[in-house]
Design a protein around this ligand. Structure first.
Ligand code: NAP
Ligand code: HSE
Length: 430
């Protein structure tokens, strides 16, 4: 192939993902002209510290001046992999307003300011792509926006946090308690020094907000997502789940119901034969149900230098194709509906309740009658003797309205026969 156009790009950030993007663009150098009819050249890389040694990064490209990039008319693509809200938000908005196309991996930003960013891209007729923001290397944004565009999607459910999936896998396979599994995840580099966003479910909530917005064509933000983490899960819960032929996974769940969107992140018992139950270690997976496609599942690595870099580089290639074809800005915001998000109290689920109560006749009947009086139907009960005079019960409910279940729980907690309620979890199913 002879001379092809060279599209100039700037990278904002040269950390884990930025390093991966540089490596992949280098690997693809010879093939790009054939694949895209153009090649991509990184002209500048924005970092905080230009003096720091960075393996695989051409130090002559480093700058700490955003203005230098913004004011360079040759730069047509800005790749934001700095993370955080500011200055990433301002840089992206300024880049879009300057007519530059943008790729970002920043779920924190998209889950709160997605509408503002996408509207700006649309006004400017440029591309804003973010495949890496949800589930790292797994293609899910473009499949939802394009390949599955002819469906009404009714459910998106996924394991979208690798750290917590690794922890729960160790608790299940190696019978570890939470703290032991977290320590191992930290030692192996899965969990960050401050693991709060992962273990409290915030990282997954940002991803599920983005997924729900795209799947249901209606904006869902991080604040809309009811979120529970995995810090209270114990080895005992995992053992009971196994006894019920289930496993516990931290799931992001979004459903498009007639009364509105239900969206949450919480640990859930799912049947061992559900496709998501077999997704282990740090792997991610997203399960989608559409009226035409039926069930579809997307599986792969949700984080890491090269998997995440793969998604970012794929977006860069797509933008290069759009630039070549003169059609940037073709697909931006797809949220053309304004569906209500259901309040948490109105969401519906099956529940798993583990409690310790006095071991004497009538106790189970007393608890069952509180549930019955509050419209909560019981599906299954397991009862075992625990310590002297104490019974451990596990009660699984049918699908009930959260408000009814919580009302019953408040009364049960106050019953003198009930000593402790160590766990309340959700259970998959109708
Ligand atoms: P990282 O390793 O911490 O790298 C961040 C980079 O951005 C560093 O090079 C840093 O510069 C630069 N930077 C940060 N703030 C800056 C500022 N104010 N001005 C200039 N440069 C700045 O982060 P990462 O893990 O690559 O993550 C980047 C983004 O990708 C985040 O939005 C993250 O959520 C997303 N993401 C990451 C993964 C993953 O596996 N890591 C997966 C999916 C999505 P210095 O080096 O000079 O400090
Ligand atoms: N911390 C995330 C996880 C990766 O454990 O999946 C970045 O999105």
């Amino acid at each position: 192939m002879g001379n092809v156009p060279v599209i100039k790009a700037a990278l904002l950030g040269a950390g884990t993902v930025g390093g991966g993007v540089c490596q992949i663009l280098e690997w693809q150098k010879d093939e790009m002209p054939k694949k895209l009819g153009a090649s991509v050249e990184l002209k500048k890389i924005l970092v905080r510290d230009t003096k720091k040694e960075r393996e695989g990064i051409d130090s002559s490209l480093l700058t700490d001046s955003w203005q230098e990039i913004l004011e360079d008319p040759e730069i047509q693509i800005v790749i934001e992999v700095m993370g955080g809200i500011e200055p990433a938000r301002t840089c992206i908005l300024e880049a879009l307003r300057a007519g530059k196309n943008v790729v970002t991996a920043n779920k924190d930003l998209l889950a709160e300011y997605g509408r503002e960013l996408l509207d700006t891209a649309e006004d400017q007729g440029v591309d804003l792509m973010f495949e890496a923001a949800v589930a790292g290397g797994i293609p899910i944004i473009r499949p939802l926006k394009q390949c599955l565009a002819a469906n009404h999607i009714s459910e998106v459910m996924g394991i979208v946090n690798g750290t917590t999936n690794y922890i729960l896998t160790r608790m299940t396979a190696d019978h570890m308690e939470f703290s032991e599994a977290l320590a191992l995840a930290t030692e192996l580099g899965y969990a960050e020094a401050d693991p709060t966003a992962d273990i409290e479910g915030h990282d997954a909530a940002r991803k599920v907000a983005i997924l729900a917005s795209i799947a249901f064509n209606s904006r869902v933000t991080f604040q809309d997502v009811y979120t529970e983490g995995i810090t209270k899960i114990t080895a005992a819960d995992i053992r009971y789940a196994a006894e019920l032929n289930m496993v516990i996974k931290l799931l992001g769940v979004a459903r498009n119901t007639e009364e509105g969107i239900e969206v949450g992140v919480y640990p859930m018992l799912i049947p061992s034969d559900h496709p998501l139950a077999t997704v282990n270690d740090a792997f991610n997976a997203v399960f989608v149900h559409g009226d035409a496609v039926d069930d579809a599942m997307f599986l792969g690595r949700g984080a890491g230098k090269l998997p995440t870099g793969s998604a970012v580089a794929g977006d860069i290639f797509e933008i290069v194709r759009d630039i070549q074809a003169g059609c940037t800005g073709r697909i931006n915001c797809t949220c053309y509906k304004n569906l209500p998000v259901k309040p948490k109290e109105e969401m519906q689920s099956r529940y798993f309740l583990r409690l310790h109560a006095e071991d004497r006749p009538g106790v189970l009947a007393g608890i069952a009658s509180v549930f019955g009086n509050n419209n909560v139907s019981i599906a299954q009960v397991i009862q075992k003797s625990a310590a002297e005079g104490t019974a451990e019960m596990v009660i699984i409910t049918d699908r009930v309205v959260e408000r009814h279940f919580r009302d019953a729980l408040l009364i049960i907690k106050e019953m003198s026969i009930v000593k402790e309620i160590p766990s309340v979890l959700r259970v998959y199913g109708k």
